[in-house]
Design a protein around this ligand. Structure first.
Ligand code: HEM
Length: 168
């Protein structure tokens, strides 16, 4: 069981690294490079790399949910704890709630970005990259991407606190 737990934590951290690293690469490298303009194939590049990373991202979410649930179970967390006021008020319970809440918001924001706003933005850019519509859709897609970057920091911080306890 111990080996399985260690492998689960390892996969959890790896999945978190792939998702966060990929997202930061898109936000800090790809989008600013495309924004510099004059990239005739910008729309194709963004659509194709975005679709590939979308698949990678959702595989990571699945792995994070499975390994995260197992990690919680190994740490003694049971469904009944979510009905106990004493556990919900404990710093461990609160950290688990913050983590699960942030993860739920990440899933909603990612679904909006990956399946609604993102495809709309690449379509508008393909039609006319300089149009008002393309600018608006791109702005919305970037804003969703940035919300997920902030949530990723919250999720990592909550993970560290789950393992090592609160700083206060
Ligand atoms: C995008 C989502 C997530 C990210 C980026 C993330 C990130 C992390 C990181 C970096 C750690 C390691 C912390 C450390 O060792 O100091 C961690 C630990 C942990 N995470 Fe997550 N996590 C995510 C989702 C989840 C979910 C959905 C759950 C529960 C269902 C979860 C439960 C846990 C648990 C229980 C630990 C402690 C592992 C241990 O026992 O050592 N995580 N997480």
């Amino acid at each position: 069981m111990r080996l399985l737990y260690l492998v689960s934590v390892g996969i959890h951290i790896l999945a978190a690294t792939v998702w966060i690293g990929g997202m930061l690469f898109l936000v800090l490298v790809v989008v600013p490079w495309l924004r510099r303009g004059g990239r005739t194939d910008a729309a194709i590049f963004l659509r194709e790399t975005g679709e590939r990373f979308r698949n990678v991202g959702w595989i990571c979410f699945g792995l994070l949910l499975i390994t995260g649930t197992f990690n919680l179970w190994v740490r003694g967390v049971r469904l009944s704890d979510f009905g106990r006021a004493e556990w919900l008020e404990s710093s461990f319970g609160k950290t688990v709630l913050v983590k699960l809440g942030a993860f739920l918001v990440v899933l909603v924001v990612s679904a909006l970005h990956d399946f609604v706003v993102g495809p709309r933005a690449t379509k508008a850019i393909a039609a006319d990259a300089r149009s008002t519509d393309a600018r608006q859709q791109r702005r919305r897609a970037s804003m969703l991407g940035r919300i997920n970057v902030v949530l990723a920091i919250v999720l990592v911080a909550a993970g560290v606190v789950l393992v090592r306890g609160t700083p206060w």
